[in-house]
Design a protein around this ligand. Sequence first.
Ligand code: XUL
Length: 521
Amino acid sequence: MPLYLGLDSSTQSLTGLLLDTDTGTVVAEEVLSYGEDLPGYASPQGFLPSGEDGVVHADPLLWLAALDLLLARWKEAGVPLGEVAALSGAAQQHGSVYTNESLASRLDNLDGSGSLPEAVAPALARPTAPIWLDTSTGEDCWALEEAVGGRVRAITGSPATERFTGPQIRKFAREEPEAYARTARIDLVSSFLASVLCGRPAPLDHADASGMNLLDLRRLEWHPDLLAATAPHLRERLPGLVPSRRPAGYLSPYFRRYGLRPGLPVYAWTGDNPSSLAGTGAMGVDCRVVSLGTSDTLFGRLEQPVGDPEGYGHVFAGPAGGYLSLICFANGSLAREAVKREHGLEWGWFDGDAFARTPPGNRGNRLLPWFVPEITPRVPIAGVRRGGEAAFVERRTDPATEVRAVVEAQVLALRLHSAWMPGEPDHLRVTGGGAASAGYRQVLADVFQRPVRRLAVGNSSALGAALRAAEADGAGSWDALTDRFCPTREESEPVPDRQPVYEEALRAYRELERTAREGLG
Ligand code: XUL
């Protein structure tokens, strides 16, 4: 019984998923919340709350502590980790980890050490890691665009983007040149965790490397002019590049303590969104995926690297060839959680309650859900803007109206900002924690006028990682594996009568967004 392990190191949690490909079953699933399970890292939402001026960093040792804890829990629960044949993983995209030249020898000697955070801490050249929520690199984005005559999108698939790793590295090298000089290696979260698992510096896959503003997307090589405009001697600090289907290395003897077999293949880690494309079974199907996590994203498979003229969308290399189109919103679950908290609600309100009490279109009560600074569109200062009935400002004390207003805003923004993606998908697949909301799924079906299917396995990013390991290890063809593990379990049908209501709502939302952005100057 060969088992395949998939890990997903996301913004707020670490998920582990163990598949038995012979029987087609999920043998174990564990979700560990950084805030609740590792309170000692003082990161209730998975990142350090103290940042200013758009700075959002996380403690990379927290991700390692989570890996130790998850495997220890599984060992204690008797999960058959000795049967694991191969593993892979996915991680939040764009975040970067800066280490000194002792990294390789420390990873090589992991086995003799106490815990992963203890072993790796002395190798950090920068104690914290900027993550995708960081919007503090506007100046660096301008400089990168200027260096290549405004062609960053044409070269890399994305315009210079604040959260992307290139601008983040540039800012670090500019503001802390000595710490940059001490940095021997810069990893993405994905290649950092792969390195720790392999016990030696591991390569980076093309899909996650596309989120750096440094990769020539057509050649799948670092772009020399962008490297030069970012920081001195950058190439020698970056990991090697590999297709996602390659082993990044072989499991370090350290993990023997959890019952895992040293030497088993660790396939290249990738970003959470590319991994979700694999884990939703969307690679061979005419659909788009909506992933409702800390960030809300909408993505799909793309044959050719067609970009977004508005400058918000991204094109990444696909997790198994081809390309992936993506838009990302920072106000995903952070916004839903804010409304839930503010009104003291249960999640049931997002299921049906709020939607039974309010009509589609919310009687014109609309808001822009910018509870935290937004990235699509760029809104540097958080603040919810409201429009519609004059009384909405007062009536926002009505929780049902407020829940519908947030959900409709999020879905209208998904539709508005994905209009550049070519083709008309047959249906939408929805995954992530927010996919449990029946109300959300119905609004999605009505706004897009497409059937919405919810995946049976909730964490498609961890599932994608396990499936990628299984496929690369020869456990089955891609089609056979996704047939078995990616069934959809519920379908929400669009109600045709609601189309005119939401076309009007879309027009009003676009106008509200435009006016608010003009106000931002
Ligand atoms: C995608 C993005 C987020 C992160 C965190 O561009 O920034 O979706 O991957 O999940």
